[in-house]
Design a protein around this ligand. Structure first.
Ligand code: AMP
Ligand code: TRP
Length: 332
């Protein structure tokens, strides 16, 4: 059985983009894989997080993973800071990855923005920690949204360079799983920008804890163009907002862009937004309700995470210990 690893940052409330691009695939892949899902709090602090908020959001993210149907008895759900192997292997990878490789990372450029000198050094080496997350488990398949493709290519470069430098065949090749018609969900305010938890405008995204009225309002206010929906996919060219709203519907109904246009092509956005909002409410509000139910019992969520960390460490510790031996650290 292939081992899956993926992670999500607790740097805010999970969005529809997280759900359609990643989380829903995490749940779907449970059958037939051994899955390890991690709330990556070490990654979250690459941008400052208020400590109290971070702790609350971390538990809320974990509860959301359980609410979407991840089974912590069959698979592993845990916090990155609770398994030391991640940071230990990341240090070794800091010494394997080349500055030139990191300089090419588009996410660093986006996140650091204009004031690069003021970005944390953690943000710069973020992809090395991500490679360590995956490779500490010898995981081979990684379900993520489209924005993580470049980081996974870097992880493979790191694995290969490690194997080459130390003359071993130790770290496996990683296969990205970038799935479905919503691998890149765009902002509701700007169809050329990714929907993000950290966007300053709450109107730009749907949060998994939004209530029915909020979802309907955000969809109603979503930016569109004046044309009706086209009847074929070619009609979505140069219409990023229309393409985004069609992709969301397609993902939620396990259909393709073409299927959605066959059903709704010709509708104006007024009508289409109503059906889309109803569908979103139907699919998302049960997740919010279940998350809330779980969060009423923090000791339960924490116990799941503690058990997950113990089981994760049992896999990662021997692999990282072996990597340390290969590097030549003396065991005394
Ligand atoms: P993050 O919120 O950056 O920790 O991302 C967690 C997961 O959600 C990653 O697999 C991302 O690729 C995915 N993701 C984040 N935003 C989007 C989006 N707008 N569309 C699709 N996937 C996304
Ligand atoms: N960098 C990923 C993101 O922001 C989160 C992440 C951290 C991750 N470690 C990972 C994803 C390991 C997949 C595998 O989306």
């Amino acid at each position: 059985m292939q081992r899956i690893f993926s992670g999500i940052q607790p740097s805010g409330i999970p969005t529809l983009g997280n759900y359609l691009g990643a989380l829903r695939n995490w749940a779907a892949l449970q059958d037939g894989h051994e899955c390890i899902y991690c709330v990556v709090d070490l990654h979250a602090i690459t941008a400052f997080q208020d400590p109290k908020e971070l702790a609350l959001q971390t538990r809320e993210m974990a509860a959301t993973l359980l609410a979407i149907g991840i089974d912590p008895t069959k698979h592993i759900v845990f916090l990155q800071s609770g398994v030391r192997a991640h940071a230990q292997l990341a240090w070794i990878f800091n010494c394997v990855a080349r500055l030139g490789w990191l300089n090419r990372m588009t996410q660093f450029k986006d996140k650091a923005g204009k004031d690069r000198e003021n970005a944390s050094s953690g943000l710069y080496v973020y992809p090395n920690l991500m490679a360590a997350d995956i490779l500490a488990y010898h995981a081979t398949r990684v379900p993520v949204g489209d924005d993580q493709r470049q980081h996974l290519e870097l992880a493979n470069d790191i694995a290969q360079k490690f194997n080459h430098d130390y003359g071993v065949d130790f770290f496996p090749n990683i296969e990205p799983l970038i799935m479905g018609p919503a691998a890149r969900v765009m902002s509701l305010r700007d169809g050329t920008k990714k929907m993000s938890k950290s966007d300053p405008s709450d109107q730009s995204r749907i949060n998994l804890n939004d209530d029915a009225d909020t979802i309907a309002l955000k969809v109603r206010r979503a930016k569109t163009d004046p044309e009706p929906l086209p009847s074929g996919i070619d009609g979505l060219a140069n219409r990023p907002e229309a393409r985004n709203l069609v992709g969301i519907y397609a993902a939620l109904t396990d259909a393709t862009h073409e299927d959605v246009l066959r059903e709704h092509g010709g509708k104006g956005f007024g009508d289409y937004k109503k059906v889309l909002a109803d569908l979103l409410v139907e699919k998302l509000t049960p997740i919010a309700a279940e998350t809330k139910r779980l969060l009423a019992d923090p000791p339960y969520v924490d116990a799941v995470l503690r058990d997950g960390a113990r089981r994760a460490a049992a896999i990662a510790d021997p692999i990282v210990a072996k990597a340390e031996d290969l590097v030549g650290f003396l065991r005394v």
